[in-house]
Design a protein around this ligand. Structure first.
Ligand SMILES: NS(=O)(=O)c1ccc(NC(=S)OCCc2ccsc2)cc1
Ligand SMILES: [Zn+2]
Length: 260
C-alpha cells in the first residue's frame, strides 16, 4: 500500500484513490475571498474564548510529513462558531520550499510561506480525539498564516531552535521549559473566517469547523530555513517542504466572517 505524501506519485491529486471523501462537498483547504464572506454578528455575540494552559514537557515529534507537538494539558476553546468545549490535541505546520508558497488556505488566491494548525476535538460530546475525528462536529482547527519579518517569532523560537533534534522521521524530544501554546496565537483573535471543512491530509474526514485568523504571525527567514531542514525519513532523505494541499471548491458552503 503506497503511503500518501506530496510527491508526483502520491500527492493530493492521487489521494482520492484510497480516500474517496477527497471528492466530497466539505473538503479543505479553500481559497478565502473576504468579499464573499458573510459577516455574522452571532459570532461576535458569543466571542471565541481561548483557555490554554502551560504544557510542562511538551513532546515535539517528526512524523515524517510535518513537525507536530502533542498536548497533554487541559487547553480548551469555546464560543464563536463552536457549540461546547473543544480540547487542544496537537499542533503542526505546513510550509513551502520557498516563501512564495506553503500555506494551505489562500487569501484572494495568495499563498503564505506557511500555515500553523492547532487541532482541537469536541470534548463536550466525545471522549477522545480518535472518537471525534470522523464526526461532523468532531474537530475545530485554528489556521494561522505565517509571514516573513526580520524578527524571529519568540513563541516559535523555543521550537525552531531545537528542530535539529527531530530532523529525522520518528524522532521526538520533550521541550524542557514549560510551553503555553497561547504564545502562538495572533494578537487579535476576534477577526477570523469560519466554515465547515475537513482534515487537509488523509483520512480527509469532513469533521472540521475551520477558524482561520485574519492576522498572520511573523517569523524570520532563519526560522523558515529550520522547518525546511527537517527530513521526511532518515539521514540523507528528502527535506520536508511543500507539504500543503491546494485549495478545493467552496461549493454550496457559506464562508462566515467575525468582522466587517
Ligand atoms: N492539517 S489538519 O489540521 O487538517 C489535520 C489534523 C489532524 C490530522 N490527522 C490526525 S491527527 O489523525 C491521524 C490519526 C487518525 C486518523 C484516523 S483516526 C486517527 C490530519 C490533518
Ligand atoms: Zn494541518
Amino acid at each position: 500500500m503506497a503511503t500518501w505524501g506530496y510527491g508526483n506519485d502520491n500527492g493530493p491529486a492521487t489521494w482520492v484513490k484510497s480516500f474517496p471523501v477527497a471528492a466530497g462537498t466539505r473538503q479543505s483547504p479553500i481559497d478565502i475571498v473576504p468579499t464573499a464572506a458573510k459577516c455574522d454578528t452571532k459570532l461576535t455575540e458569543n466571542p471565541l474564548t481561548v483557555n490554554y494552559s502551560p504544557e510542562p514537557a511538551m513532546e515535539l515529534c517528526n512524523p515524517g510529513l510535518s513537525v507536530k507537538a502533542n498536548i497533554k494539558s487541559k487547553s480548551v476553546i469555546k464560543g464563536g462558531p463552536l457549540e461546547g468545549e473543544y480540547k487542544l490535541e496537537q499542533f503542526h505546520l505546513h510550509w513551502g520550499s520557498a516563501d512564495k508558497q506553503g500555506s494551505e488556505h489562500t487569501l484572494n488566491g495568495k499563498m503564505f510561506p506557511a500555515e500553523l494548525h492547532l487541532v482541537h476535538y469536541n470534548a463536550t460530546k466525545y471522549s477522545s480525539f480518535g472518537e471525534a475525528v470522523d464526526k461532523p462536529d468532531g474537530l475545530a482547527v485554528f489556521g494561522i498564516f505565517l509571514k516573513i519579518s526580520d524578527k524571529p517569532h519568540q513563541g516559535l523560537k523555543s521550537l525552531t531552535d531545537v528542530l535539529s533534534e527531530v530532523q529525522y522521521k520518528d524522532k521526538s524530544i520533550n521541550i524542557k521549559q514549560e510551553y503555553n501554546p497561547v504564545c502562538l496565537l495572533p494578537d487579535n483573535i476576534n477577526k477570523y473566517w469560519t466554515y465547515l471543512g475537513s482534515l487537509t491530509t488523509p483520512p480527509l474526514c469532513e469533521s472540521v469547523t475551520w477558524i482561520v485568523f485574519e492576522e498572520p504571525i511573523e517569523v524570520s527567514e532563519d526560522q523558515m530555513k529550520a522547518f525546511r531542514a527537517l527530513c521526511c525519513g532518515e539521514c540523507g532523505s528528502a527535506p520536508i517542504v511543500d507539504n500543503y494541499r491546494p485549495p478545493l471548491p467552496l461549493g454550496n458552503r457559506q464562508l462566515r466572517a467575525s468582522f466587517q
